[in-house]
Ligand binder design. Structure first.
Ligand SMILES: *[C@@H]1O[C@H](CO)[C@@H](O)[C@H](O)[C@H]1NC(C)=O
Ligand SMILES: *[C@@H]1O[C@H](CO)[C@@H](O)[C@H](O)[C@H]1NC(C)=O
Ligand SMILES: *[C@@H]1O[C@H](CO)[C@@H](O)[C@H](O)[C@H]1NC(C)=O
Length: 405
């Protein structure tokens, strides 16, 4: 064999050896290979971004970014943006992703976000890992809790945002202690959230579990959510949303709204909530609209809900305004129609178990209540139903009467 051929073969063999790194399966982008340390205090943001960019530029198969287990990665605010080359891309969270533990890190950055995915189709975020927002320092300075504190904080980061996504999934991940909303879904078309858990204390301010805005064709199932605000809240331009098998508590319930805050034309329709359990929450099934709003919320159903000691198990408040209890009558309002409540069972911790407060200018229509039994959480107490400007039918409802036909 001549020398050239020998060098050729040698080169071939060594390149084979270099590629046989056991941790590196093809198309898999482990953040440790991009310089992440995962020791809970070194800034690993760049490593995560590099791994993301490499995966996102890979055109073949389904590239996978891997955040491995047994490591805790400290990550500053980062944006993972698309579009990506492959049809689908996986982001596997098996380890812990930790937020910086001081709001100061956000100086000069967008305080509304920590982790965000933007402009991606076929994104699949999964894994038994944890996204830890370490919100305590933010909560301690929040204007909600400390209105008199100089420089108190109104806007704190959402732990994970999905912005402009198509046909994507999130499953199995744990979210804890976000500074504000845990998961925000905005301008997405087709997103399936399943088997996620979200946990922050009941006293943590504005820590919605999942907030949805301007999005369509979404499913949320098998979620366990406890937080200091709505477990799920549904914003102004949302349609075709199914929520099923959700445990909520502590928290403010599953809320459609508040809608129309800016006096805008709301469009919310085809929202189905079923098989939800509310434990010790302030609300159960809630629809909340601002008087200044316009537009509609229609074709909504709440079915098979259970309540354990909930303040407002069933509530519509169409008269929401800035100063609670001092709303002036306006001619505007968001029209609420075709809302079905069926199979609601459990206990109310206040006297008004059913509270439907619609406006004279824009009465609620097509409300249907069927098979509802709500009793007092305190044995011996009585509960009542209260309806204003609401039309519809009720069958087998306790307490009653409420709706006008
Ligand atoms: C990270 O370190 C802090 C102390 O520096 C410790 O309290 C915390 O438990 C650690 N978290 C993880 C996930 O290792
Ligand atoms: C999502 O789908 C819409 C409609 O098909 C398209 O216009 C948009 O570019 C897609 N967005 C992404 C991020 O691929
Ligand atoms: C739900 O997620 C957890 C990890 O967070 C996992 O262990 C469990 O198997 C998942 N359940 C299902 C039904 O996928």
């Amino acid at each position: 064999m001549d020398l050239l051929a020998f060098i050729f073969i040698l080169g071939f063999v060594t390149s084979k050896l270099a590629c046989s790194n056991a941790n590196r399966t093809p198309n898999s982008f482990n953040v440790l290979d991009y310089g992440a340390i995962g020791n809970n205090h070194t800034d690993d943001s760049n490593a995560l971004l590099k791994a993301w960019n490499a995966a996102c530029s890979s055109p073949v198969g389904t590239p996978k970014v891997i955040v491995p287990r047994n490591y805790a990665f400290l990550v500053n605010p980062v944006l993972f943006h698309g579009p990506c080359k492959a049809r689908n891309i996986d982001f596997v969270v098996s380890g812990i992703i930790l937020a910086p533990n001081s709001p100061k890190v956000w100086n000069g950055c967008d305080a509304s976000q920590w982790l965000a995915f933007r402009g991606i189709t076929g994104l699949n975020v999964y894994g038994a890992g944890t996204i830890d927002g370490r919100g305590k320092d933010w909560w301690d300075q929040s204007c909600r809790h400390h209105p008199d504190l100089k420089g108190c904080i109104k806007l704190a980061p959402t732990a994970l945002k999905f912005l402009s996504c198509n046909k994507s999934r999130v499953r199995d991940v744990h979210f804890i202690n976000s500074p504000q909303t845990h998961v925000l879904i905005m301008r997405c078309n087709g997103l399936h959230v399943s088997n996620v858990t979200i946990q922050s204390p009941g006293y943590s301010p504005n820590t919605d579990g999942i907030h949805i805005q301007s999005s369509h064709h979404l499913t949320i199932d098998d979620a366990k959510i406890g937080s200091g605000d709505d477990c799920v809240s549904i914003g102004d331009y949302t349609s075709d949303l199914q929520i099923t098998n959700v445990e909520c508590g502590p928290g403010h319930g599953i809320s459609i709204g508040s809608l129309g805050k800016g006096g805008n034309f709301v469009r919310v329709e085809n929202i189905q909530v079923s098989n939800a359990f509310f434990k010790g929450t302030t609300n159960g099934a809630r629809i909340k609209t601002w008087q200044v709003g316009k537009g509609y919320v229609r074709k909504v159903s709440f079915q098979n809900l259970k309540f354990d000691s909930v303040k407002n198990p069933l509530i519509i408040d169409q008269n929401y305004c800035n100063v609670r209890g001092q709303c002036k009558e306006l001619e505007t309002g968001v029209q609420v129609s075709d809302v079905v409540y069926k199979g609601l069972l459990g206990t109310s911790s206040t006297a008004v178990a059913i509270n439907v407060n619609c406006s004279p200018a824009m009465p609620c229509t097509g409300i249907s209540m069927e098979s509802i039994t709500l009793t007092a959480a305190d044995a011996g107490k009585r509960v009542v139903a209260s309806c204003g400007n609401a039309r519809g039918i009720e069958t087998a409802v306790l307490p009653r009467p409420c709706l006008r036909s």
